[in-house]
Design a protein around this ligand. Structure first.
Ligand SMILES: *Cc1c(COP(=O)(O)O)cnc(C)c1O
Length: 271
């Protein structure tokens, strides 16, 4: 870590991230990777098959320079505006931006300028707009189809029953490169209820892949449930708080009507 980076920390930053953020993030990454490896061992998978996508929402841009210094180069962001602001400030770094949250159609034009992946495709209207904006830019985009596997009205995503007819329409949007399915499990301390959501996504993936061979991956699992997700076949886990610490914003900001944050909150003390 360089001098200029240590001196850019405010008292507030130090209270939230410590006085050596790069070291803390690297240690947390390793701890998460170790737990992924242990989960893989339990179910006979190779830990190299699981991709850890660090979720950087609410972490300020200047702190993300420390994350980058710690070797983190893939950032997952839920809100497009926040991602855009950070991307502008960090344009000098070779970062891959992954947009993982619900997207309004009027924000598509910004996403196609800098995003490498989009994990929350959930309507044909959005597919159409993405495809035409991508076409204008002469580029493709890796996408995951978000499915609402918990049945909670607070969660975005396609209804499971609508998934296959949606998949059949994907060839109409050739700039979209479908990679797999994405979900948020129910927020519950009851692991078996969480597992049911992940199993449903896996079953849906098996059926979807028969219609569209590109749909092979499962993007599922967060700080509170990524080990269960790995046991159920996750290819990508999206982990924020276990790497960057608890967020100041309540989860209801991302999932309207959600849940006490203690349930999905920090893993060290998860109940
Ligand atoms: C914030 C977020 C995550 C990660 O949640 P953590 O609790 O920080 O691990 C995963 N997926 C999506 C869509 C998110 O918005």
């Amino acid at each position: 870590m360089t001098e200029s980076m240590t001196s850019d920390l405010s008292a507030e930053d130090i209270a939230r991230f410590g006085d050596k953020p790069a070291e803390a993030f690297a240690a947390n990454m390793q701890a998460v990777k170790d737990r992924i490896a242990a989960a893989c061992l339990r179910c006979g998978r190779q830990s190299g098959d699981v991709r850890l996508l660090p979720v950087t929402k609410t972490v300020p841009a200047h702190i993300l320079r420390h994350a980058f210094a710690a070797g983190i180069t893939d950032f997952g962001e839920n809100k497009l505006q926040e991602a855009r602001n950070k991307q502008e400030v960090l344009a000098d770094l070779a970062i891959r931006w992954n947009i993982i949250g619900h997207l309004q159609t009027n924000k598509v034009k910004y996403l196609v300028r800098f995003a490498s992946e989009f994990h929350a495709l959930d309507s044909l209207r959005l597919a159409k707009e993405l495809n035409s904006r991508l076409d204008a830019q002469g580029r493709d985009l890796d996408v995951f189809l978000q499915v609402n596997t918990s049945g909670e009205s607070s969660k975005y995503g396609l209804h499971p029953e609508d998934l296959l007819s949606f998949v059949e329409r994907l060839p109409d949007y050739p700039r979209l490169k479908p990679r797999g399915l994405m979900t948020l499990a129910i927020f519950s301390a009851d692991t078996e209820r969480v597992r049911v959501c992940f199993r449903l996504l896996r079953d849906l993936r098996d059926r979807a892949a028969a219609v569209h061979p590109g749909l092979t991956q499962l993007s599922m699992g967060m700080s509170g449930d990524y080990e269960v997700a790995v046991e159920e076949g996750a290819d990508v886990v999206r982990v924020g708080q276990a790497i960057f610490g608890p967020r100041p914003t309540p989860d209801a900001f991302y999932w309207p009507g959600a849940i006490p944050s203690s349930i999905n909150g920090d893993v060290e003390n998860s109940s």
